[in-house]
Design a protein around this ligand. Structure first.
Ligand code: PLP
Length: 400
């Protein structure tokens, strides 16, 4: 038997008993989409450099393949939240500048410094720990100071910025670290009309000036996330931090990926498992929150909240056999149900593909709407229970 690896016609489509399975469920990641999205943003952001943000396993797409695709496409930096996310990138042989910005007292700072990972710093305790780690590693740390210009989350409050600059300066004089960057994070850039972004950018410029006046020779100033990259050229500075857009998703409520020149990289697909005719009034799934309004056919999709499909989703769209159909009843841990409508030969749909989102299927945004969340969460929460498969273009197998 020869292995058929084609994602569409692989073994199992026709449900022939006894053949090796092609796939049951999988998240296909189109690396050509990742590269094209990065190239598109490089054009938009020039002359600023693009940092590919790959926290949370590259928003569920898989860190190392995404890092490689982003660098191939011309990204100049890689960003992650935790040092623990950055270390495996270095271990994979990536030498590009790499920044991690979210730490605890137990973060492996010395390992980060040894691995030449730049460190975001929001407060004095981080400087202390990083200085101690630099002493241990016998190498100066590379530090980006983060100012809270209004997000109210991480970042140094403006009234303590002078103090942070002073402490950083002292450690720099001792040769324990070098301040190479200043950055901030925006709160409402996905709503381009809001004036808080103007206020944040003004506060950021002021904080950068103060850092430069304190004598720091900055390599990079950075503020923009995907929405700001796309809507606020005045937020680009030297470096832009690209997350969502790299994965081909839109951060804006009123603009699609296509309208932004981006292509979604993830397609979540499973084989329909059981299909059966049911009478009018059939209850569906736990709680019997849905009952069929007439005799119909129910198809079972083997993906559930154990796979990261949100349990909160109601009437979420699924592409089956050329039609987009609503999920019915509660999403369970392993499975959920779609209403296929009256069918002559239900069994013929056993083994056919059900596309939850991406590619030819619904947009991740439609699942976000059905689940009361945002597209960021829909792709990021797809769990490790779902195999990732890397493809070039929507349909073909990856060529390397
Ligand atoms: C996640 C994150 C980004 C990327 O945001 P997107 O909106 O996905 O582009 C940028 N900067 C910081 C500090 C982040 O935490």
């Amino acid at each position: 038997m020869t292995a058929n690896l084609d994602p569409l016609t692989g073994p199992g489509v026709a449900g022939s008993p006894g053949t090796a399975p092609g796939f049951e469920r999988r998240a296909e990641i189109d690396l050509s989409a990742i590269r094209d999205n990065v190239k598109r943003v490089i054009e938009l952001a020039a002359p600023a450099t693009v940092m590919a943000v790959v926290k949370a396993d590259a928003y569920g797409h898989g860190t190392i393949p995404v890092v490689q695709a982003a660098l191939q496409a011309g990204a100049g930096w890689i960003g992650a939240a935790h040092i623990s996310e950055a270390l495996p990138i270095r271990a994979a042989g990536v030498t590009a500048p790499l920044l991690a910005w979210l730490h605890t007292v137990d973060s492996p700072f010395a390992e980060a410094i040894t691995a030449n990972i730049d460190l975001g710093v929001s407060s004095g305790w981080e400087l202390e720990y990083i200085a101690a780690a630099a002493q241990q590693a016998e190498l100066p740390a590379r530090v980006h100071l983060k100012i809270d210009t209004g997000l109210g989350r991480n970042g140094c409050p403006p009234d303590r910025w002078d103090e942070l600059l002073g402490a950083a300066n002292a450690y720099q004089e001792e040769g324990l670290l070098r301040v190479v960057g200043v950055f901030t994070h925006l709160a409402v850039a996905d709503e381009p009309d809001r004036e808080e972004t103007d206020e944040q950018l003004a506060a950021f410029r002021e904080s950068v000036s103060l850092a430069e006046d304190a004598g720091f020779d900055l390599e990079v100033r950075h503020a923009a996330n995907t929405p700001a990259i796309l809507s606020r050229p005045d937020a680009h500075f030297d470096l832009v931090r690209l997350g969502l857009g790299m994965y081909g998703l839109s951060p804006f409520a009123d603009q699609s990926s296509a309208e932004l020149g981006l292509r979604p990289a993830m397609r979540l697909v499973a084989r329909v498992t059981n299909v059966k005719k049911v009478p009018k009034g059939q209850g569906v799934s736990y709680g019997l929150t849905y009952r069929t309004g007439e005799a119909t056919t129910l198809g079972l999709i083997p993906l559930g909240y154990g796979d990261g499909v949100p349990r909160s989703a109601v009437e979420a769209p699924v592409l089956v056999d050329g039609r987009v159909l609503p999920s019915r009843g509660r999403i369970a841990m392993d499975q959920f149900v779609v209403d296929l409508g009256p069918l002559e030969d239900p069994e013929s749909l056993v083994g056919t593909e059900a596309v939850l989102f991406g590619g030819d299927g619904p947009a991740a945004d439609a699942w976000a709407t059905a689940a009361g969340t945002i597209n960021y969460e829909i792709v990021t929460r797809v769990s490790q229970r779902v195999p990732r498969v890397y493809v070039e273009g929507s349909w073909g197998p990856a060529d390397g």
